[in-house]
Write a protein that binds this ligand. Structure first.
Ligand code: AMP
Length: 214
């Protein structure tokens, strides 16, 4: 499970770890944005929350998440964007029991708030596959074009300044309790990397912490 404030770079890190070490990414933000794009029943109910940068209510979030997990889990999963609150931590424990899987590591990508806010303004995302880029720190090979499928990149609606501030506040309210919970209960599986560094340095630190070798 990977944690980090909005703009911490955790999604780029998750993508790279997934590609290099064969994890299937379970990304709740992406599942939600897909639902919004499909404009199905669930998508319509979550749209306003996502656009505001607010948390989607737990029942909707759990419904969507549980649909994307199959029993038994035969793959290596990397959770990106879930859990976000202590309530979701407990739900994840229930899902673990039902689907019988272990969580090997909790990785916190720790970044200063100001650094994160500055990064988010340059963020771009692929509307087709969900890959994330940054104009300065992680640019696509061809400007404004996805490396994976060639789709034109987009700015996320929730990367507007007032929404960014709202999302950072939300993180500061919810994350400390959740991270403390894991630090206290799973100290041997809890790792923190300094996410203020350049992407490659963060990636190397994460690999070292998780003992992943290429
Ligand atoms: P992300 O791509 O992880 O930054 O998520 C984008 C948006 O999706 C968030 O601002 C929330 O509106 C929503 N979202 C993602 N994950 C969750 C979650 N675990 N619980 C509630 N809402 C979520």
């Amino acid at each position: 499970v990977i944690f980090g404030r909005p703009g911490s770079g955790k999604s780029s890190l998750a993508e790279r770890l997934g590609a290099d070490f064969g994890y299937r990414l379970v990304r709740t933000g992406e599942l939600l944005r897909d639902a919004v794009r499909r404009r199905d029943f669930l998508g319509q109910r979550v749209e306003a929350h996502v656009a505001k940068g607010d948390l989607v209510p737990d029942p909707l979030m759990f419904e969507l998440l549980e649909k994307s997990l199959t029993a038994p889990v035969a793959e290596k999963l990397l959770f990106d964007g879930f859990p976000r609150t202590i309530g979701q931590v407990h739900r994840l424990e229930t899902i673990q029991q039902h689907l019988r899987f272990e969580i090997d590591a909790y990785l916190d990508v720790a970044v200063e708030r100001d650094v994160a806010v500055a990064r988010m303004t340059g963020r771009r995302v692929c509307p087709q596959c969900g890959a994330t880029y940054h104009l300065v720190t992680h640019p696509p090979r061809v400007p404004e074009t996805c490396d994976i499928d060639g789709a034109p990149l987009e700015n996320r609606k929730d990367d507007r300044m007032e929404v960014v501030v709202f999302r950072e506040d939300l993180y500061d309210r919810n994350a400390p309790e959740m991270l403390r919970y894991y630090q206290e209960r799973h100290a041997e599986r809890y790792f923190e990397v300094d996410g203020n560094q350049a992407f490659e340095a963060v990636y190397d630190a994460a690999r070292t912490a998780l003992r992943l070798s290429s």
